[in-house]
Design a protein around this ligand. Structure first.
Ligand code: PBG
Length: 329
């Protein structure tokens, strides 16, 4: 007897397919990364990230209004720090009137309901391009976590809703959570980059912020002593569970597409939201292939986003967020 079960019955029409679809994408799925620079009237395209821009505080306001009108409800802020303000201690990162602090206030003044998330790591402020303080040829852990906790506090004081530490130091979540509680910021969320890999996909982002590790003798030229080894899977679970114990509200896997096995592993063992960061190199790859006419931009973009969601993402930080919601409407 020919099969009683025919899986194709549920694929016959778009209406039927939509009834049995397991995952859908909406504007609620996204966190929009936003790059901010000093200046006036700046909307500066990032060469390795076509159609993605750095904004000065005035042009940022229009962008925020547009994002909100599209239904996008959260931004993740990054700042490009002038070279003369960089050091090895992150002094400028704690400036209450620094670019990040002003950017937070600008977003909140423009659109009070927009969820403001902020990157917490030393690299855009570091003369060495490292996420922590460099001493004796090493990125030193404990002095860095103390500093990062103060940086997190400074963002909270400026009005950030969620702090997003991307540095991968040990113990930083506990340091930040403790200080935020102590100072009365008990409603400030922490989205921890818990399983962040030492990836070559961050190249365009480092172009955008001019934040790549410097090539100097006695200074590590990569971030492999703190970001995770791409060969490791079990370790991602350990890192993530520790961050939850230390007080993270949302955990994150980064990058996205090459690490979907990790996303699923983590989704299966944690009971809090899991964010995935589809990073700059992933964006650049598709833009480049589409420019050459080798891939259908929109179709591949949607397939990638859907795959990240299917793998287990609750939230997706993506440079495609605007493109996706425009396509959806
Ligand atoms: C900073 C930071 C990086 C990214 C997010 N936060 C770069 C890095 O760790 O070197 C990368 C994001 C992207 O590539 O889109 N710590």
């Amino acid at each position: 007897m020919y099969p009683l079960k025919r899986n194709r019955r549920l694929r016959t029409t778009e209406a039927m397919r939509s009834l049995v679809r397991e995952n859908t994408i909406t504007a609620n799925d996204f966190i929009v990364p936003v790059f901010v620079v000093e200046g006036n009237g700046v909307k500066d395209e990032i060469p390795s990230m076509p159609n993605y821009y750095r904004y000065s505080l005035d042009t940022l306001q229009d962008e925020i209004k547009e994002l909100w009108s599209l239904g996008l409800k959260s931004v993740l802020l990054f700042v490009k720090v002038p070279e003369n303000l960089k050091d090895n201690a992150g002094k400028e990162a704690l400036n209450p009137d620094g670019l990040m602090q002003r950017a937070i206030k600008t977003v909140k003044n423009t659109c009070p309901e927009m969820i403001v998330m902020t990157d917490v790591a030393l690299d855009p402020y570091s003369q060495y391009g490292h996420d922590g303080i460099v001493a004796n040829g090493e990125i030193v852990n404990d002095p860095t976590t103390t500093f990062l906790a103060n940086m997190a506090l400074s963002h909270a004081q400026a009005g950030a809703d969620v702090i997003a530490p991307s540095d991968m130091m040990d113990g930083r979540i506990l340091a930040m959570r403790s200080l935020l509680e102590e100072e009365g910021f008990y409603n400030t969320g922490i989205m921890s980059y818990s399983a962040k890999y030492a990836s070559a996909f961050y190249g365009p982002f480092r172009d955008a912020l001019d934040s790549a590790p410097v090539d100097l003798q006695d200074i590590p030229k990569d971030k492999k002593s703190y970001q995770m080894d791409p060969a490791n899977r079990e370790e991602a679970i350990r890192e993530t569970l520790m961050d939850i114990d230390e007080g993270a509200d949302i955990v994150m896997v980064k990058p996205g597409l090459c690490y979907l096995d990790i996303v699923r592993d983590i989704r299966n063992v944690v009971d809090i939201p899991v964010a995935v960061y589809q990073v700059s190199g992933e964006y650049a790859m598709l833009k480049a292939a589409a420019e050459k006419g080798w891939l259908d931009h929109d179709a591949v973009m949607m397939e990638q986003i859907l795959s990240i969601k299917r793998a287990g993402a609750t939230l997706i930080a993506s440079y495609f967020a605007k493109d996706v919601v425009k396509l959806l409407s």
